[in-house]
Design a protein around this ligand. Structure first.
Ligand SMILES: [Zn+2]
Length: 331
């Protein structure tokens, strides 16, 4: 333990202290490094939203996990008292905070979280997989199931396959039984996506919308998953069929988007924002992990001493799947 950071202690009766086995990176970590409006980071700052570990200590009110349990965590903290929380919509909490962004994160030996953010998982799950799992899978699950209400037989376009949310979206869509188009500028990533069940793969530099419309008899797709933003929005809308739903959890290429309101109302589109997930959705994805049905691909694992290399790997966007930092694999 470095002596310039205090050991986190249990401060609430419902807290759980976890010895971290592995943590995973998300694009959000790069945003935090670059600086986010309204988010003040004071170094030394602990990065990271995702983690898996072993419960080391529990507060007196904790009933759902015990010392020694292997766990996964929900990276979103909610106050449990506001109107949205009382309605079960924890990721809409007026005091919502994300680990590594608003509060110290998970790339640490020890973390303390409320028990409602912690779920047990089988000890046999590879720590890299368990660390790679929560944020991307939870986010994609809410986007597709809760917000876009994906159904079997529908057509879905997913931009930028290779990122964690896009891959989880592909896995969820194939689980539901949809026809999926994915895009990337990397032939190697498109090949990997095919192996995960993508029905159609497209070079993202091409006119993806025209290709999708040609392949669907001009009907377009039912759902577009667009987390790229400025670089893809116009093509996303052209690829979207009547009654289509466009769902987004961010815009990695830029935030300001242009939409023709005439096409929006005429085609009766839904433009859906989504972020993270609530307890019910977290329980749903953890069930999938426990059953081995949604297993995130791991791109690479770096020991914590080489943490900088993990961030560099993420920054060049060559990864397919999650970049993981091994903290204490023997915990
Ligand atoms: Zn709340």
């Amino acid at each position: 333990m470095r002596d310039d950071l205090p050991v986190p202690v249990i401060s609430a009766r419902n807290d759980v202290r976890i010895r971290v086995r592995a943590a995973a990176l998300n694009h959000l970590d790069l945003f935090v490094i670059e600086g986010l409006p309204g988010v003040k980071i004071t170094p030394p700052w602990i990065m990271g939203c995702d983690a898996t570990g072993v419960v080391e200590e529990v507060g007196p009110d904790v009933r759902t996990v015990s010392v020694g349990d292997v766990v996964t965590i929900n990276p979103g903290l909610s106050d449990r008292t506001c109107a949205y929380c009382r309605d079960g919509e924890h990721s809409l909490c007026v005091n919502y905070r994300v680990l590594g962004e608003h509060v110290p994160g998970t790339i640490a030996e020890l973390i303390v979280l409320p028990a409602w953010n912690v779920r047990t998982i089988p000890a046999s799950i590879d720590p890299a997989v368990a660390a790679a799992f929560p944020l991307a899978t939870l986010t994609a699950w809410r986007m597709l199931h809760t917000r876009a209400r994906v159904r079997a037989g529908e057509r879905v376009l997913i931009w930028g396959i290779g990122g964690g949310v896009a891959i989880a979206a592909l896995q969820i869509c194939k689980q539901v039984g949809t026809e999926v188009w994915v895009t990337s500028s990397s032939p190697a990533k498109l090949e990997r996506a095919r192996a995960l069940g993508a029905d159609h793969v497209l070079d993202s530099r091409e006119d993806v919308a025209a290709l999708v419309r040609a392949a669907t008899g001009k009907a377009g797709v039912d759902i577009v998953v667009d987390n790229v933003g400025e670089a893809t929005w116009e093509r996303s809308l052209r690829a979207l069929g009547k009654r289509g739903r466009l769902v987004t959890c961010g815009g990695t290429s830029g935030p300001m988007l242009k939409t023709d309101v005439r096409r929006l109302f005429w085609n009766q589109w839904d433009i859906l924002g989504s972020t993270m997930g609530n307890d019910e959705e977290f329980d749903a994805v953890v069930r999938e992990l426990r059953a081995g049905r949604l297993v995130p691909p791991v791109d690479s694992v770096f020991p914590i001493e080489e943490g900088r290399r993990a961030f560099e790997r993420l920054a060049v966007a060559d990864q397919f799947g999650k970049v993981v930092i091994s903290v204490n694999p023997d915990a």
